[in-house]
Design a protein around this ligand. Structure first.
Ligand SMILES: Cc1cc2nc3c(=O)[nH]c(=O)nc-3n(C[C@H](O)[C@H](O)[C@H](O)COP(=O)(O)O)c2cc1C
Length: 203
């Protein structure tokens, strides 16, 4: 479902999937087909990463596996459980903090996880799914529940599912799925000769 109210109004042309992507709070509780899920994970797999370390790791739970679903759901903060319960898939995303080839700290492991998450998100959007990322997770619970090794960091959770029309959802959640999506202007975050001064190309 494409929510017309949430479509971005870019000032320069971008791909339709970038315009149409948003992070829905109202999802319809439908399971995600396994071939679609695999395509999303495959997209993450082919993301770029520093030294091709591929530091991303995902703990996967699908809503048809009640035990796995509840286990993963309990690792989200309550405010996120309220809406994520209607997703079809939950991923608990972790990163490896060191390089495998020399054991030294990987300063960009979080960036790499973000790259993989972005690939996954756009793939999902292209095949009719929606993704809603979460920083609101209980790190200690994830670590303890899944025995995450010290060298890995639980960082985010990813809900994948089918967005629904806001009016079909809980009114409080529906409110969050309405209204225009806002962004900073390019001149606010693209700098030229010195910090805080917009690059001339974006003025
Ligand atoms: C890393 C990350 C963490 C986020 N954490 C949460 C979260 O814990 N709970 C939530 O409701 N939304 C969360 N979001 C969604 C953002 O609030 C949302 O992306 C932002 O408001 C922009 O809206 P849009 O994605 O619809 O364009 C998160 C997004 C990202 C990328």
């Amino acid at each position: 479902m494409i929510n017309p109210e949430r479509i971005a109004h870019p000032e320069h042309p971008v791909l339709p999937i970038i315009k149409e992507r948003y992070s829905p709070y109202v999802m319809n509780g439908q399971a995600v087909e396994s071939e679609k899920l695999l395509s999303c994970l495959e997209a993450a797999r082919w993301a770029a990463s520093s030294f091709n370390e591929q530091p991303w790791r995902y703990i996967l739970a699908t809503r048809d596996d009640t035990e796995a679903w509840n286990k993963a759901m309990n690792c989200l903060v309550e405010a996120n459980q309220d809406w994520a319960k209607n997703a079809g898939v939950l991923l608990l995303a972790c990163t490896k903090k060191t390089f495998s080839y020399n054991g030294k700290p990987n300063r960009v492991h979080e960036h790499d996880l973000g790259m993989a998450g972005c690939s996954l998100t756009l793939q999902a959007q292209a095949i009719g799914l929606h993704v809603h990322m979460m920083g609101g997770i209980n790190h200690a619970s994830i670590r303890a529940t899944y025995q995450v090794p010290d060298d890995f960091e639980p960082l985010t959770a990813i809900a994948i599912g089918y967005a629904d029309k806001p009016e079909n959802g809980d009114p409080e959640l529906a409110k969050r799925d309405t209204g225009t999506r806002e962004r900073k202007a390019l001149c606010e975050f693209v700098f030229g000769h010195s910090w805080g001064h917009s690059a001339k190309q974006v003025l």
